[in-house]
Design a protein. Structure first.
Length: 279
């Protein structure tokens, strides 16, 4: 069908991108609010990312989401960035205005909103938080937790240098620990967050032992395909509070949809069911 001039286009840039449920998510909102728009998957190789982004406005796109592995590349490409993106050094949302590319980071908001709603008992000052990962998504989680006021953020990544760089980025309450120190890091922690793609469909398992976590700890995973990862399943078997990754996807999408399509959408049980039905 030929696109009308009034149709607003957006999409999600990633490599791969077939696992993303963002098209189902934004498609649900577009239909629900009766908006003349479309949101599509945009598989782009890392070496083609900059060229692809510059072409999108010429093709009628008003913006796009950015997912693995492009979030840091998107940051470098933008001529204007919001405060969250500047703090994270990563962008997950693009807005186009002519040739100008604005980058925002809505992952910080999305992660914290999902954590607060999924674990309403959790308080930032409950104790140390452990973060696994040091990529673009991990940066948003780290910034969010430090902004929320966690007394100590323990960052672990299989590549130690990346963990150290992230700790330096987010401030004095964060420290990088060697991967071999994971059991010690989990001891006494109030929150554990997996901010890697490990455990996602098609990826390797995270494969960690959470036995050192206290019985009152909360475990969160940003992976949402599958909805219950091995990490969350292990936490539930221990009776720990868990927060899955779908809510982060839904809440980070709210400000993006509002910016592109002019309507602030609601996160509802119907939306969650619609996204979970995506194949």
């Amino acid at each position: 069908m030929k696109r009308r001039n009034s149709t607003r286009l957006a999409g999600v840039l990633g490599w791969p991108v077939g696992h993303s449920r963002s098209p189902r998510l934004h498609g649900h909102w577009l239909q629900h609010y009766g908006i003349d728009g479309a949101y599509v998957p945009l598989p782009v190789r890392p070496e083609d990312f900059a060229e692809a982004v510059r072409l999108l406005p010429r093709m009628g796109f008003v913006g796009a989401n950015v997912t693995v592995p492009h979030k840091e590349a998107a940051f470098r490409l933008c001529s204007l960035r919001d405060a969250a993106a500047e703090r994270c050094g990563a962008v997950n949302m693009l807005l186009f205005d002519g040739d100008a590319i604005e980058g925002r980071n809505t992952d910080v908001f999305g992660f914290l909103e999902n954590l607060r709603r999924g674990a309403p008992h959790w308080r930032a000052d409950d104790g140390p938080a452990v973060l696994i990962g040091a990529g673009g998504a991990a940066r948003a989680v780290a910034v969010g937790l430090v902004n929320a006021g966690v007394p100590e953020l323990r960052i672990l990544n299989r590549t130690q240098a990346r963990a150290e760089a992230l700790a330096a980025l987010v401030g004095s309450t964060a420290r990088a620990l060697p991967w071999s120190d994971l059991p010690r890091a989990l001891s006494g922690a109030a929150l554990l967050v997996n901010a890697t793609s490990l455990g996602m469909v098609g990826q390797d398992k995270l494969g960690i032992d959470i036995a050192p976590l206290p019985n009152a700890a909360t475990v969160a995973d940003i992976v949402y395909a599958p909805l219950e990862t091995d990490l969350l399943a292990a936490a539930r078997r221990r009776g720990l509070a868990t927060v899955d990754g779908l809510g982060m996807l839904l809440y980070q999408a709210q400000p993006a949809f509002a910016a592109w399509f002019g309507t602030k959408p609601e996160v509802t049980p119907e939306l969650r069911r619609a996204v979970l039905e995506a194949e």
